[in-house]
Design a protein around this ligand. Structure first.
Ligand code: ADP
Ligand code: MG
Length: 696
């Protein structure tokens, strides 16, 4: 036995490890690794099973085994860089030997590989086996540099070799060594998970050992799938810490005194007068929940979820009216000016002769106009305030802001929500989501919000016929458009926004090409084009043209995705549908089928047809969202990093959704019981790294 060295707590800095000087420490810090805990939680990105190593001498005999993935370990005997005669490509060639034979490794146009490697290096290489003029070879294999000059003891002491990604100057091999050392030097922390989560999973340090030094009897598939009890242990720790944070924050909010909005039978009658139609049962229920919050004396934080077209706006309006009609102010925050104008028009229509109580605040407004709006907001005269992020500017003062409704919430950054808090206000919050969000994700993103769900569409909606057409059948789509236009309806055509840097394999038709096509196809039809680079007033004018019915075809990028409401539009054609997420397509589809007439949704695509067929088979936004989440993962689901999703190292919001639900329950119980010392200590350290979706 080696002499016993002192053990460090997991909170110790990585610099306590031998060999971590300022250079490595900085590289680690850049990757978010500052403590032993951080280092140990950075799991191997893959494992090599020694059993899967192949002898080079045995590769050549394998006829017909072309493209098989092989893993070999050997020494570089010879290394050469050259330029090919044809096409003048940079070529790096290495001859690898393991004593049983030699294998050629080649890389095209990757000169850095040649600079990195040297003759004599020990190299672990994996890639598909190919056969060239000189026999077996690996073309462009992935590789790990194992070390120079025999620094390889300990390497294959076990069956599984963990591989780590290079972090700046810290090579994978170095990380491996430092991780082993950290495991040897870290003290087992006291258990902080509640019994119901700690049952059936290894302890903290044991779990880390199982993942960094997998014992020979580990299940390789489970390791790769992150499905071992050890993974579950680490995921539970992250999710429980996260759940505790959410639960505590919610408890903190519920302990605050909120502004009480008075209600009365007269008010109810007044609100009734504003309603153009009977509320659906789901709308009524959601409004009841909101009324209960607003009159409770606590601060409301509520998420209003519902499928596209379920009538969220009307519910939001009622909440605003309840505040505005009793002397308070309600603000409606929307992501774009198009939407702000549209909501303003809706509210104006609902308010009828009281429309003067509403104020619209946009970024680009004439100075005099803006001054007037600001004055009416500051005096409290404006009970209904609608605007874009301009509402957050310092110059905006409210007299009695009681409610903020946020439309299409995920487009707003945390910073903007903070700005309202900075004004020293503590309003009620109602957050509406643009697309349905699967439960697990809603829990993670909005865990401290109460939820109301509109699970019912207003009556009289016609189902939308959805078709998926190969590009060669596009004519059928245009015929449909033609027919709808002739019947007096309007049409949307959507083109993907194309980044010029974007090198797609299939040449994409951009919005200019689509415009040319449409002008040729429908020469006498009034057409307008809108996209993100358009100036605000040009955009407003063109949208207005379509809303009023003057413009018959609106060709757009996804700027129309959010909330545009034109009931006379009955057909939408989406070009290159494969470029869109399922939820996004569903949201686009929701732009038609808003009136009484039968509507059509056509996707043009030559690829990913299985994925796109989900939209043909269902109109249920929650099911589509779940599918989308499974296929693309949470980050992509929102198409943005600023969605405020917590960044987990071990947990995965899709795979671990049930675990998250269990952690939520456990956190509720733990908070009721009161947290232990260890729990508070862990929580403090974990919270710093888990960015929470913050609106409180
Ligand atoms: P979303 O939930 O997608 O924001 P909207 O609020 O835009 O949906 O509502 C979609 C359409 O349904 C709008 O044209 C709206 O006027 C209409 N609508 C809302 N509630 C009802 C209802 N209870 N009965 C009939 N139509 C309704
Ligand atoms: Mg809406």
């Amino acid at each position: 036995m080696a002499e016993a060295l002192p053990l460090f707590p997991l909170t110790a800095r990585v610099t306590v490890l031998r060999g971590v000087g300022p250079v490595y420490a900085e590289a680690f810090a850049e990757a978010g690794i500052t403590t032993l805990r951080d280092l140990l939680w950075s799991l191997p990105h893959r494992y090599v099973d020694r059993g899967s190593l192949q002898k080079i001498g045995e590769l050549d005999g394998r006829s017909g085994a072309d493209r098989e993935i092989v893993t070999v370990l050997g020494t570089i005997q010879d290394l050469r860089q050259s330029t090919t005669r044809v096409q003048r490509m940079n070529l790096t060639e290495a001859l690898l030997t393991d004593g049983t034979g030699t294998l050629r490794l080649i890389w095209f146009n990757q000169p850095h590989v040649g600079r990195l490697l040297r003759a004599g290096d020990r190299l672990l290489a994996f890639g598909p086996l190919a056969f060239g003029r000189h026999g077996a070879e690996l073309r462009g294999p992935a590789f790990e540099l194992m070390g120079r000059g025999g620094d390889e003891e300990n390497l294959w002491v076990r069956r599984y070799l963990p591989l780590y990604r290079k972090l700046g100057p810290v090579m994978g091999r170095v990380r491996q060594r430092l991780t082993q050392e950290a495991l040897a030097r870290a003290a087992q922390p006291e258990e902080w998970l509640p019994a119901e989560l700690a049952r059936n999973v290894p302890g903290n340090l044991d779990a880390l050992r199982l993942l960094h030094q997998p014992p020979d009897d580990s299940d390789p598939d489970a390791l790769d799938a992150h499905a071992t009890p050890a993974h579950q242990r680490l995921a539970s720790e992250e999710l429980f810490a996260f759940a505790l944070g959410v639960t505590l924050r919610r408890a903190g909010r519920l302990a605050r005194r909120g502004q009480t909005v008075p209600t009365s039978p007269e008010l109810r009658e007044r609100l009734q007068d504003y309603l153009p139609f009977r509320l659906t049962g789901a709308q009524r229920q959601a409004f009841r929940e909101i009324v209960a919050d607003l009159t409770s004396g606590r601060v409301m934080h509520r998420l209003l979820q519902g499928d596209v077209g379920s009538g969220k706006t009307l519910v939001a309006f009622l909440a605003m009216a309840m505040v505005a009609e009793t002397g308070g102010q309600a603000a409606l925050l929307v992501p774009t000016e198009v939407l702000a104008r549209q909501h303003a028009a809706t509210v104006r229509r609902l308010l009828k002769e009281d429309a003067g109580r509403m104020e619209l605040l946009l970024g680009p407004m004439k100075a005099a106009e803006k001054r007037l709006a600001l004055a009416r907001i500051a005096s409290g005269e404006a009970g209904y305030v609608i605007g874009t992020h301009a509402l957050f500017q310092e110059s905006v003062e409210f007299s009695r802001l009681q409610l903020v409704v946020v439309d299409e919430q995920h487009r707003f950054g945390v910073r903007q929500r903070e700005a309202i808090k900075q004004k020293g206000l503590d309003p009620h919050w109602l957050v509406m989501s643009a697309t349905p969000i699967p439960r697990s994700l809603a829990l993670a993103l909005f865990g401290d919000l109460e939820q109301s769900v509109l699970d019912e569409l207003p009556p009289g909606r016609q189902p939308i016929t959805t078709r998926l057409l190969a590009p060669g059948d596009a004519e059928r789509g245009w015929e449909l458009v033609e027919r709808e236009l002739r019947a007096g309806h309007q049409a949307f055509v959507v083109s993907p926004a194309i980044d010029p840097q974007d090198e797609a394999k299939v040449p994409l038709r951009d919005i200019q090409a689509m415009e040319a096509l449409l002008r040729a196809q429908f020469p006498d039809v009034e057409l307008a084009v809108v996209h993100g680079r358009l100036k605000a007033d040009a955009m407003a004018e063109r949208m207005e043209g379509f809303v009023s019915g003057r413009t018959r075809i609106l060709l757009a990028t996804t700027v129309i995705e959010v909330g545009v409401d034109v009931p006379n539009a009955t057909v939408m054609v989406v070009d290159h549908a494969e470029r869109f997420g399922l939820s996004q397509l569903h949201q686009l589809r929701g732009r038609v089928g808003r009136g009484q007439a039968h509507s059509h949704f056509v996707m043009l695509s030559g690829s990913e047809t299985d994925r796109l067929k989900v939209l043909v088979s269902t109109q249920d936004g929650f099911r589509i969202a779940q599918k989308d989440l499974e296929l693309r993962g949470p980050g992509e689901f929102f198409g943005t990093r600023q969605a405020g999703l917590p960044q987990f190292q071990a947990a995965d919001l899709v795979r671990d959704r049930q675990l998250l639900a269990r952690c939520r329950e456990a956190a509720d119980r733990a908070v009721q019981r009161g947290l232990s010392e260890q729990q508070l200590a862990w929580l403090k350290q974990e919270q710093a790294r888990l960015k929470l979706a913050e609106i409180s």
